[in-house]
Design a protein around this ligand. Structure first.
Ligand code: URA
Length: 438
């Protein structure tokens, strides 16, 4: 049906609730990649998809067409199984920084292409860039060579990978069409599957600090992601995790790298390690190097206690031009000139630490970006954050603010005063790791 390939006909069919065929979806993706569809036509179809949805078949075709819009890394020369982890994003989520070397130290290659932070969630590549000299912008051939040599590479999205997503995501952002499960699925999976992986583990977060706030909606996303990835021949599992308070005790780029190094040395915070192990276990099980989660856990714990994971992190930092001495001496990371404690107003128990409030304070300090073109300050942020359920005494620090100027410090301090709630009465700690899907 050649006429259906006119953009207006494809838009009309989706507007009226039809299931689009492969040719129509491929024409849309080609139109986004080569500019043959105008922005208003792409946007109209995005809105029609947002309102009408897509069948699993359409979503799989869209994912595949987007993946094929650019380079697909060929990692077939690497004999080790190749596993990646993707998180839908949260506050203080530095898991990738230590999980990737832990898994690589267990003999599974980890090819990881990550994004920069935007809005309230931080980005892995921004965190890595706080390591002096660290290069996130490797070419695909450098990425492949590093994976062959040391089994792990953490790099930024390149222009060659899924160009269609760059165009479509920018349009979704300004046309109120981001929150569409088929569009999110195709956007995430097209980029992950173009990395050259064999298996994928997803950390699908729900809660106040998550992209999907409602658990039921996050679950719907997890089911869609795992079924589309499997339909494309990639064994994939999703771990549902709560994101109501920040992960770990630190938020801010260099501060999070320092906390990840603590994890690699065996002294990471409990909540952060719970999520790390849950994801790592599934990576090893899907990659076929652990028979079950318990066996995976043993391997991961051994990678830390033997020092192999920390050694792999050093190797990765050096391979990407960074200063590997940060692994032994985190004081080599950028540091802020101003540090101030936020004291507890009373004795009691920590009732609440709202992840969004902490993210807003970090954003005010300059740790994140409100718009894609904004710069960030690698040194600023919040450390020593208390956790919900912790007993605190009057005047005890609830966290430490790292700032570069007094004005921003005062703003962040005021936000944190509202965000961290102390009150009488013990508060039970809820489990962070929930259902595993797929
Ligand atoms: N992250 C992505 O990469 N794409 C989306 O659509 C949403 C989150």
């Amino acid at each position: 049906m050649a006429t259906a390939l006119f953009p207006q006909h494809v838009i009309a069919r989706k507007r009226d609730g039809a299931e689009l065929d492969r040719g129509e979806i491929e024409a849309f993706v080609k139109g986004a990649t080569d500019g043959s569809w105008a922005d208003y036509q792409l946007s109209a179809l995005l809105m029609a998809i947002f309102l009408r949805g897509m069948t699993p078949r359409e979503t799989a075709i869209l994912t595949e067409a987007m993946m094929r819009s650019g380079t697909i890394a060929d990692l077939s020369a690497i004999r080790a199984p190749k596993a990646d982890k993707h998180s839908t994003g949260g506050v203080g989520d530095k898991v990738s920084l230590h999980l990737a070397p832990m898994v690589a130290a267990c003999g599974v290659a980890v090819p990881m292409i990550s994004g920069r932070g935007l809005g309230h969630t931080g980005g892995t590549v921004d965190k890595l860039e706080s390591i002096p000299g660290f290069r996130v912008g490797l070419s695909i051939s450098e990425y492949r060579a590093q994976l062959e040599k040391i089994g792990v590479a953490l790099i930024s999205q390149t222009a060659e990978i899924v160009p269609a997503d760059r165009k479509l995501y920018a349009l979704r952002d300004v046309t109120a069409t981001v929150e569409s499960i088929p569009l999110i699925c195709a956007s995430i999976l097209s980029k992950k599957l173009a990395e050259g992986i064999d298996v994928l583990v997803l950390d699908v977060k729900f809660g106040r600090g998550a992209f999907m706030k409602e658990k039921a909606r996050a679950r719907e996303l997890a089911v869609a992601l795992t079924s589309v990835a499997k339909a494309m021949g990639k064994p994939t599992r999703a771990v549902m995790t709560a994101m109501d308070e920040p992960l770990g005790h630190s938020v801010g780029n260099a501060l999070e790298v320092a906390e990840s190094i603590e994890c690699l040395k065996g002294s990471g915070p409990q909540d952060l390690m719970d999520v790390t192990f849950a994801l790592g276990e599934q990576m090893l099980v899907l990659a076929g190097t652990a028979k079950d989660a318990v066996a995976g856990r043993v391997q991961l714990e051994r990678s830390v206690s033997s020092g192999a994971a920390l050694a792999k992190f050093r190797e990765m930092v050096a391979a990407q031009g960074g200063d590997p001495r940060v692994a032994d001496d985190p004081s080599r990371l950028p540091a802020s000139p101003i540090r101030a404690q936020v004291p507890s107003p009373s004795s009691g128990w920590v009732q609440d630490v709202d992840a969004l409030g902490v993210a807003l304070a970090a954003l005010r300090l300059g740790a994140g970006r409100a718009r894609a073109e904004d710069g960030i300050d690698p040194a600023v942020g919040i450390s020593g954050l208390v956790k919900v359920g912790e007993r605190v005494l009057n005047g005890q620090p609830l966290c430490v603010v790292h700032a570069n100027d007094q004005g921003r410090l005062a703003e962040a301090h005021a936000i944190l005063d509202r965000t961290i709630v102390v009150g009488p009465g013990a508060v039970p700690r809820a489990a962070l790791v929930g259902e595993i899907i797929g």
